[in-house]
Design a protein around this ligand. Structure first.
Ligand code: OAD
Length: 256
């Protein structure tokens, strides 16, 4: 039976681990953005996109086959993201990072999310493992631009510098994660003494293996997830709750 924690009585040992951590690493997934109204990656697709499998659309092959379709799908998600706000889970992570920094300790936020809601909430040390929906890159000259404006007029959009085709700056299935992001993640994992996996199904690698890397270095481990995941059976504590409720409650219990 995995160490299920009720929201009403956090184990003292878990709160001690939160209070005493010198190097916190938090891995977040789509579940952290769910309470902002952003559908999770494996939620059923709705509307026009109901007939498409995200696993099929989020690939270089799909973009090569039908660049306009893939561009429209990502641009619709970009537009939807521009109407959403960070939720209490995002804000709790900002509070925790500030507490760590004030105490001369470290806090690293590794996110699989491409929505930049952690940035919007005020998180500073954010590592985007899977890129960002808000950045589009030219496939010809490589120019990257953050796009915070209205929907593109043309799909896929063209590069203003060289006229090449632009694509979303996200990592697609089969593509390598950004080298710098991976390096930053492994550096943080080597030093971490408290690792949290929050709102992720813990099935996509390499992020899904970070829990094991942290535990191997002796870190305490906590999962916060609405549902059971493969991580639930190996973490020190698992909170079966929404991150927007569990994170603020856990920090209040630990730090007042
Ligand atoms: P998923 O959609 O796979 O998983 C979301 C997880 O969050 C599930 O375990 C849900 O039960 C949980 N969840 C949902 N709402 C929650 C809430 N309010 N509070 C806490 N947990 C909640 O999304 P990810 O795990 O982020 O990669 O997916 C990982 C990667 O798979 C994505 O980054 C994407 C995809 O392949 C790429 O596109 C490269």
């Amino acid at each position: 039976m995995y160490p299920l924690v009720r929201m009403t009585d956090f184990p003292p040992a878990m709160l001690d681990a939160v209070r005493s951590a010198r190097h916190v690493v938090a891995l977040t997934g789509a579940g952290v953005s769910a309470e902002s109204g952003v559908p999770t990656f494996r939620d059923a697709q709705t509307g026009l996109w109901a007939k498409y499998d995200p696993m099929e659309l989020a690939t270089p092959e799909a973009f090569a086959r039908d660049p306009a379709l893939v561009s429209r799908w990502y641009d619709e998600r970009r537009q939807m993201r521009l109407t959403t706000q960070p939720n209490p889970g995002h804000h709790a992570l900002v509070r925790w990072e500030a507490l760590q920094r004030a105490g001369g300790e470290s806090f690293t936020l590794l996110t699989q999310n491409v929505d930049r809601l952690h940035h919007a909430a005020g998180s500073v040390n954010v590592v985007e493992l899977h890129g960002s929906l808000m950045v589009w890159r030219c496939t010809a000259c490589g120019e990257e631009r953050e796009e915070l404006g209205p929907a593109f007029q043309q799909h896929p959009p063209r590069c203003g510098t060289c006229g090449g085709t632009r694509r979303p700056g996200v990592v697609w299935f089969g593509e390598a994660l950004p080298g710098q992001a991976l390096e930053a993640a492994f550096d943080a994992l080597r030093r971490c003494d408290l690792f949290l996996t929050i709102g992720t199904s813990a099935v996509v690698h390499p992020a899904a293996s970070f829990l094991h890397d942290a535990a191997e270095h002796g870190a305490a481990t906590i999962e916060i997830n609405r549902d059971h995941t493969p991580a639930s059976d190996v973490v020190g504590w698992t909170l079966r709750a929404k991150s927007g409720e569990a994170l603020p409650a856990m920090l209040d219990a630990a730090f007042g």
